[in-house]
Design a protein around this ligand. Sequence first.
Ligand code: MN
Length: 296
Amino acid sequence: MTQIGQGSGGFEVAFPSVKKTVSLAWAALTDTGHRREVNEDSLISAPPIFAVADGMGGHSAGDVASAAVVHRLAELAGRDSPQNAAINAALGLAVTDMASGVGVTDLGTGTTVTGAALTLVSGAPQWVVFNIGDSRVYLLTSGVLEQITIDHSVVQELVDAGRITRDEADVHPHGNIITRAVGFHEAPIPDYRVLPVHPGMRLLICSDGLTKELTAYGIRHFLISNPDPDDAAKALVEAALENGGRDNVTVIVLDVLDIEDSEDSEDREEDLGTGGPSASQDADTGPLDIGHLDTH
Ligand SMILES: [Mn+2]
């Protein structure tokens, strides 16, 4: 298990070129669970990038694989608007790292990865959601929970083909078999989806140790009944453990608190006689506001 970034925090990501500042708050939590000896999940919560990786492979190879992914994604932390190409490149380098990793010898080694990067798309701050495997990103907005990512798994393919229902998929014996991974079989190019940023939206990024123990109904319940992200993350992990804790469970609860329009606030300052041309200039040309990153 490798965890990069603050487990609980808040941060303002500034986009000077479009005069917007996005305020975030999050909580990240992981647990080995009741059945597994080792936690092979890894996570990064370091603005503007948030991700979960679920490693697989014998003799701690899964741990090496998930660690490689979050270490390479960490190189995007603090960067202004990481785009798809940068994420693709980071995952490609992670595969190279895995190949030289201790204990990584067989072709079954790999890891899922899913997450979200806050970035500038079409002149506006947006979430770029990425996914390979069966870890998931959910969006809660106005009380409605939506699964944003689509699993790369045998059961998802059976659902898509109309062979089994969504409910049957939840209890299918092949539920653990994924059809894509960050590994040695293929180029690690994720599926991408762009989400507009709105105040009050909440993202949940999680490994299958959560979604194998909780239904979407249960996940929605704990997200809605815990406005504070720390409380929500704890409630989700505790519920997964109470329901069996058969796998490592990792969650990141990520809230968009506010989007501030820098231009409006300057106008207000000028109206009050406290701003002026020099204040506006500073706001226009200031660097991306990314603070210290703890990488250990
Ligand atoms: Mn798992």
